[in-house]
Design a protein around this ligand. Structure first.
Ligand code: NAX
Ligand code: ADP
Ligand code: K
Length: 497
């Protein structure tokens, strides 16, 4: 599992560590790790051309010390200082002593085999300053290595206000920063390398699952298993108008590890024709047999209100998606207030905006919340796409539910403040109905016994891998292709054991 910490957490952990160590130790550890990665990337250090972009803080200091090490191994190093009078004195002296030279020639950036971006790190405030912006726009030939954070990316949120330097590799110190894991920041960071500088940070602000975590989480039947013990997932989805959503949610649910899928709704006939293994009922959740988790809402249309009410009244986990979310936004968080079992919400950006607006509902006026209500504070004050982390957290807390916010980086937040960011996926997943497959899959994992955070994040992970598998070679995928590729995604993560 990858762990990421906020700037505030890193600063506190650094202060604690620095108090116990001789001055400059952490920077030397950082520079040593940085130089080692650069040397690996260069292959042959001797004779290579390295350019350092050094800002006025310790981020520039790391870059200058690392460059001095490379110069000591025979690299031709030049440095552009963005604020020459404020450059890190020790780093600059080390670079000079190792034979590095200063330049103001922008073409050095274009010619370099390797560029070290030490403009700004976790001390960043606001968008990249004008003197730094030109490097984000300039052509380059070589590899760009970001020091700690690609300059221009907000370390805590991944937001880019204006432009940022696109890196091939980001070498981060002590711990990952959330902004390296969340788009748009993640797409600027390239491959991530972690350098251990001895930091002992507290509980991470954000975690990211990896293959071995998935392999450990996924439910696998044993000799004692039967279909009921493996869990039955109920899917209340589809309507006369949107029968396809029922098929897609069921297709996802069938590949999620539950022992059986029970469908309720108007598309029963279509569902059983396409997936004969499904148990079908034409009613609503209250009249269906026992299930261990419900998925409510994909394509439910007018049926969403009743299905949601009946599913929420039960004592099993409920995943709410699509039309179910629209209905929930209308009702507001009070609709979930009495629940004892977990609730999972899987909004895309538009549905998240509706849910934020819904925070004004249920206030006793009986009026549905208008758009814009509830967007005055917290994560709701900005467009959800630009503040994904804050939005997911805000919704999770306000609704008392686990929230999986879909998008180019899917973020999962719990009411208790845990956040996971999904590392898999592809923009080919932006295709109609792929969200329905995801909700069926996540519901199936809930029914199989995973907790809400694990079920939601494992589903996003598998869905993202399946999307990549289906789009392999760069081909468009359909939602059913994604569902069909889910077993391959299971095999991929399980093959690491
Ligand atoms: N504090 C520590 O113990 C350690 C810090 N390390 C490094 O130190 C960095 C943090 O250093 P600082 O606190 O000095 O902060 P930074 O070096 O990240 O940034 C501060 C400097 O950048 C300028 N700046 C701020 N926002 C800017 C923007 N948007 N555009 C351009 N310039 C901007 C400021 O004028 C300031 O001088 C980390 O990212 C890491 O690279 C490492 O050496 C490891 C140890
Ligand atoms: N640009 C993107 N990059 C990666 N994944 C994306 C992107 N856009 C959407 N997705 C993913 O595609 C799926 C779309 O879901 P959703 O918006 O609910 O579609 P639908 O309602 O048609 O099923 C989600 O899993 C989402 O995370
Ligand atoms: K940087």
């Amino acid at each position: 599992m990858r762990h990421a910490h906020t700037v505030g957490q890193v600063r506190a952990a650094e202060a604690e560590l620095m108090a116990r160590l001789p001055g400059g130790t952490l920077m030397q550890r950082a520079a040593a790790g940085l130089a080692a990665t650069c040397a690996r990337l260069l292959g042959r250090v001797y004779g290579s051309r390295v350019l350092v972009l050094a800002g006025s803080g310790d981020n520039g200091g790391d870059a200058l010390y690392a460059a001095a090490r490379l110069a000591g191994r025979g690299a031709a190093v030049s440095a552009i200082l963005l604020a020459p009078e404020k450059a890190h004195a020790g780093g600059l002296a080390a670079l000079r002593a190792a034979g590095g030279r200063l330049t103001s020639d922008l073409s050095a950036f274009e010619r370099a085999d390797l560029v070290l971006d030490g403009i700004v790190g976790i001390g960043a405030r606001g968008g990249l300053r004008p003197e730094a912006q030109r490097f984000a726009r300039a052509e380059r030939r070589g590899v760009v290595v970001a020091v700690d954070v690609p300059s221009g990316v907000d370390p805590d949120s991944g937001e880019v206000a204006g432009v940022a330097l696109r890196a091939d590799v980001t070498v981060c110190f002590g711990t990952y920063k959330p902004g390296l894991l969340i788009d748009p920041g993640a797409s600027y960071a390239g491959a991530l390398q972690l350098v251990d500088i001895g930091l002992e940070p507290p509980r991470p602000a954000v975690t990211v699952l990896q293959h071995p975590d998935l392999a450990a989480l996924l439910p696998v039947p044993s000799a004692e298993s039967d279909k009921y013990r493996r869990g039955v997932v109920g899917v209340a989805a589809g309507s006369a108008r949107y029968p396809g959503a029922a098929l897609l949610a069921v297709a996802g649910a069938l590949r999620g590890g539950a022992g059986a899928v029970r469908y309720v709704g108007t598309a029963a006939e279509e569902v059983v024709r396409r997936f004969p293994e499904t148990l079908v009922t034409e009613g609503s959740p209250a009249g269906a047999g026992r299930v261990q988790a419900w998925v409510v809402g994909p394509g439910s249309g007018d049926g969403a209100a009743r299905a949601l009410q009946e599913a929420l009244a039960g004592q099993v986990p409920v995943l709410v998606d699509a039309d179910g979310l629209t209905e929930l936004a209308r009702l507001g968080p009070t609709a979930l207030a009495g629940r004892t079992a977990p609730t999972v919400l899987t909004p895309h950006t538009g549905e998240a905006a509706r849910l934020l607006a819904g925070l004004g509902a249920g206030d006793g006026t009986g009026e549905p919340a208008g758009t814009g209500a509830g967007q005055r504070d917290g994560g709701g004050s900005r467009e959800p796409a630009e503040a994904r982390l804050a939005t997911a957290r805000r919704l999770a807390e306000a609704y008392g539910a686990t929230v999986l916010l879909k998008g180019s980086t899917t973020v999962i937040a719990t009411p208790g403040g845990d956040v996971r960011v999904n590392p898999t996926g592809t923009s080919w997943l932006a295709t109609a109905g792929s969200g329905d497959v995801l909700s069926g899959l996540a519901g199936s994992l809930l029914a199989a016994g995973l907790g809400p955070l694990d079920a939601a994040s494992a589903a996003a992970y598998l869905h993202g891998l399946a999307g990549r598998e289906a789009a392999r070679g760069g081909a468009p995928v359909t939602a059913l292709d994604v569902a069909a590729a889910l077993p391959a995604a299971w095999r991929t993560v399980r093959s690491v054991h």
